[in-house]
Write a protein that binds this ligand. Structure first.
Ligand code: ZN
Length: 490
């Protein structure tokens, strides 16, 4: 365009008086500007259409590839059945919301990310505007639900491009159960003493100490009742033994120095110490876990887990870092991986587990909003996890699906990171899956939350009908139609 303008100027320049020339140039420039913005809009619309088509094709190609490999892809052909209540054709917008719902949640800071927090690529697409709070009756404040999850075009990570940090994040964490929608705002949940986020008082500490004094393994033939000991300790040992088995089978461990991050009840550290003479250190999340790990196992657990500026509070280096459900949660995942890498010896290992994969909303038609709770700042698929780790100076050794989660063992590599960004096919396929999942999440909203999507509702409904996700039931009412899997019963 600017070249065109220069030509125009050189042609008209000698022929006109300066005043007429200015007016003429201005007029032509305005038209050129309009033409330019019109062309750009048309191009971007077309590009978006082509991206969608490419995504649908890539999705079909993937299905065929899996069929050829002899995998079971029959889920695609499972008949759809009505799910949930009838859907309205239109939704009236919300009354202007009360901006002060009566919580003392600090207004900031809210960080805005301009690039991928792991691979630093700026190219991305927004795939989901909201976190789970958009499904709750009450939110801490008007901004709490808005995360603008973006899909990185290079590594494939989906990350909240708006995210709370500092005092605001600390407040949400302190109100963990409420922020997750497990209890109403201002309420406290009782029970679950091993997972509770609340600070302990003297009485609580004394009670935990008394229970912990019975140890991790209390035989059923000597216990009086379920409440006289911490049965969770033994459960945790057994549940986590799978990770110890994997690590021990894949890594040579000779009295290794081990750091366990977000260690719950310290089971993995305790097992590694018993089996391999490991020197172990833990960074638990909650106060009661800190107390229990020290009381039951005598393992260092003083450190407080920082999701924001993660640091290693023990002297390194370590041969192994075990990291539970951190990549999903940490506010600065790139810095987290860098800090962990720096704390490892050359050739040391990182074992990641409990990192949920996106299957439940990309393939199993669950609500994406439900998975993306206020603390789930990152989400990824297997290939994206591999790219993220490679971009961060690790080589993946072993990766497996474990329930709805990934377990992954990676080795620290020396020298600069080498990795291949996602292909265009992969990106379009991923964007298509996300677009569908977003529609499903909107359709699955409870009645009271639908008005928040009033403007979008007709479009979502139309798109879902064209894909057979919404249709009429026997009574002629619009319903969500879900694939019913045999494993999900009834
Ligand atoms: Zn990235």
């Amino acid at each position: 365009m600017s070249a065109l303008r220069r030509v125009l100027r050189s042609l008209t320049g000698p022929l006109t008086t300066p005043r007429r020339f200015d007016a003429l140039t201005e007029l032509v420039e305005r038209r050129l500007d309009r033409l330019e913005s019109h062309t750009l809009r048309a191009l971007s619309t077309r590009q978006e259409q082509l991206g969608r088509q490419l995504g649908e094709l890539a999705e079909e190609q993937e299905r065929l590839r899996r069929t050829l490999n002899g995998e079971d892809v029959s889920e695609q052909d499972v008949p759809r059945k009505p799910f949930g209540g009838p859907l309205p054709l239109e939704v009236a917008p919300d009354e202007p919301a009360d901006e002060t719902p009566g919580t003392d949640c600090p207004p900031g800071p809210i960080e805005r990310l301009e690039q991928c927090p792991v691979c630093a690529s700026p190219e991305r697409s927004i795939v989901c505007r909201f976190n789970k709070m958009i499904t709750m009756r009450q939110m801490p404040d008007a901004k709490a639900a808005r995360y603008d999850y973006a899909l990185c075009h290079a590594c494939g990570l989906v990350y909240a491009s708006r995210r709370p940090a500092g005092a605001r994040f600390a407040w949400l964490l302190e109100h963990f159960e409420e922020s997750l929608g497990r209890v109403g705002l201002g309420e406290r949940r009782s029970g679950k003493i091993t997972l509770s986020s609340y600070e302990l008082d003297d009485e609580g500490r004394a009670r935990l100490r008394a229970l912990a004094s019975r140890g991790a393994f209390v035989s059923e033939h000597v216990t009086v009742g379920h409440k006289d000991h911490l049965w969770q300790l033994e459960e945790d040992r057994l549940a986590n033994s799978r990770h110890v088995e994997l690590i021990g089978s894949l890594v040579t461990l000779n009295a290794p120095r081990v750091l366990e991050v977000r260690s719950r009840l310290g089971s993995i550290s305790a097992s590694l110490r018993r089996l391999y003479g490991a020197e172990v250190f833990t960074i638990p999340l909650f106060p009661n876990q800190r107390l229990l790990i020290q009381e039951v196992y005598g393992i260092p657990a003083d450190a407080k887990l920082e999701f924001d500026r993660f640091t290693v509070p023990y002297p390194g280096p370590f041969d192994l870092v075990v990291s539970n459900h951190m990549l999903t949660h940490t506010i600065r995942p790139g810095e987290y991986l860098e800090t962990v890498r720096e704390s490892l010896v050359s050739g040391g290992h990182l074992y990641i587990f409990n990192e949920p994969f996106e299957d439940e909303f990309l393939h199993r038609e669950k609500s994406m909003f439900n998975t993306l709770n206020a603390f789930h700042l990152q989400t990824f698929d297997r290939d994206s996890l591999v790219r993220m780790l490679e971009a961060s100076g690790f080589k993946v050794v072993h990766i497996r699906r474990d329930g709805g989660n990934f377990s992954c063992l990676a080795r620290k590599v020396d020298g600069p990171a080498a990795w291949t960004p996602m292909s265009e096919d992969q990106r379009c396929r991923r964007l298509t899956l996300y677009r569908r999942a977003y529609e499903m999440a909107v359709l699955l909203l409870p009645d009271y939350a639908r008005p928040r999507f009033a403007a979008r509702w007709p479009k979502v409904l139309e798109s879902a009908r064209s894909r057979g996700i919404v249709g009429e039931d026997a009574q002629g009412r619009l319903r969500v139609l879900k694939r019913k899997r045999p494993t999900e019963g009834g």
